[in-house]
Design a protein around this ligand. Sequence first.
Ligand SMILES: [Zn+2]
Length: 579
Amino acid sequence: MDITLNWLPSETVFSFCSRYHIVFGHSVAHQTTQKLFQHHRLGSAHDFPARLSFLAARFDGRLGSAKDIALKHTILPFFLPLRTTEQALQSINSVCGTNNHHLKYRLGILSSNQGAAHPLKSCNSCIEEDERLYGVGYWHVHHQLPGSSYCRLHKQHLNIAKEKTFGFRKDQWILPRDSHYQKFTKENHSHNNELCNYQSFLEAYANYGASGGFLDPIAVSNTYQRKLLNRGYTSSKASKKLKSSPIINDFIIWCRFLDKLVYIEQLPTTVPAARNFLSRMIRPPRSGTHPLNHLLIISWLFDSWEHFYDEHCNPPHVGENSTHLHIPIRKNSSNNKKRDRVAELLATGISATRAATIAGVDTQSAIIWASEAGHTIHRRPKKLKPDIRNKALKMLTEGVEKDEIQQYCSISRCTIDRLIRSEQGIKKQWLDARFLKTRMSRRGQWKILHKQNPALTTTKLKLIEPGTYSWLYKNDREWLLQHNLRTNQGPTSNYISLPWDKRDIEYAGMVQKAALSLHQQNPKQAIARHELMRLIPEVARKIRWLNRLPLTEKAIGIVLKHRQKNSTTQLMAEDNLKK
Ligand SMILES: [Zn+2]
């Protein structure tokens, strides 16, 4: 029976188990918990579950490995990029194994300023769309991220559920439609690009964690410093406290904007709080800073996650100490003129190095100014040997996953990303190759599903493999429609429902009539299957779907059973279906 459930796109493990609870009609929550996690309570947490290896084993690995589940279907990856690999592995093991006690403590969540409750969140339009597509509204991973308040797809705020926080229905399995929601207290901006952009930072950061990516905490802190420097902000050498009031004011404006619209526990909205916050974030990093604090500053300083990531991976080489805030770079009129000149030159399409020479500034300043002005700078890859480079490029054109390339070529994720950005057309080739691979795999899955369940309609098959169906429906609709037509599965959509019950009664009657007629023609002769089917071609055509026609199946069974006994006379006497 478990086969009927599979992941929905971007679904949390809590959501999956809640669907399981409802589908299998368990009356109390611990029945489901026990069945899925081999424990009456552990596993039911909505943010950091436990015992995922029991869940993975329960479904024979069909849901993926326990680690896959932890990385793709929980909010754990959001907390991993700034941890050491060892800490990340420990955290993953905690949710996969039998005990995740102290995980929130170890991740620094309990001691942070950003709360540890992680309330369940949902978007009204997503629920409606999911109900239309999959028959059920469910919890999406990216909506559950800390600080997440906005659905980018529908440009609307998320609702916050009361369940699972402060002990309310703590151990329950619950879906968005059955939840109680808090009163909406934030300003409702129905379409807000900045809010959408902020949400994209949260999602990109979590995706980066889910792909096994790590950030170097020192490089992160240096990246903030460089960016602030570039804006002309200075600090005292001794305290490294930010002196400039424009930076504080600018940051406060950003925090107040977010405070009106999103749910973040603590935002530095006063001058002392903002000054302390920024000073803390540009110091050599301490462990346990909540990711939301980083995202607050990243989303303020950078226009996209990619932009930040690029700066973090490729610091400009302008001297050993250049990244510290005590080196003042002041905006002055001479600099402004040079900056404008560099911008003009870059607009003509020449390289940053050439523009720097003509404008009489050093290359790194030109690169920073160009980046600030939104120009894409093509840097040369650092010492990537030609044979490795070619190998990596070949693998990219074949659509090989980055993780695999990383391992096979012994190069970093940054190098692969840089290669993709620097090589003309390689990104498209990689994406196209990956698309073809995914398409082949999805088509294969759908064909196997059809083969294994020839009698099921598309609507039912959709319930078994919702992910495959929705991928094909979105990306390969023509093939899906043609395949379903070829296999005579009826319409792809679920708008038309065949009246199987009515048909079943009709067919059963036809079987009995035909059997009676054959019996009357030759009372002593057993009825052969082919003779029976010859008389009822409509039923013969539906013979593959007999499991959907129970009365017909029973009637045929009785006729043929009596054929074996060679006692058709008795058959008619026993057969009470016609009465
Ligand atoms: Zn939505």
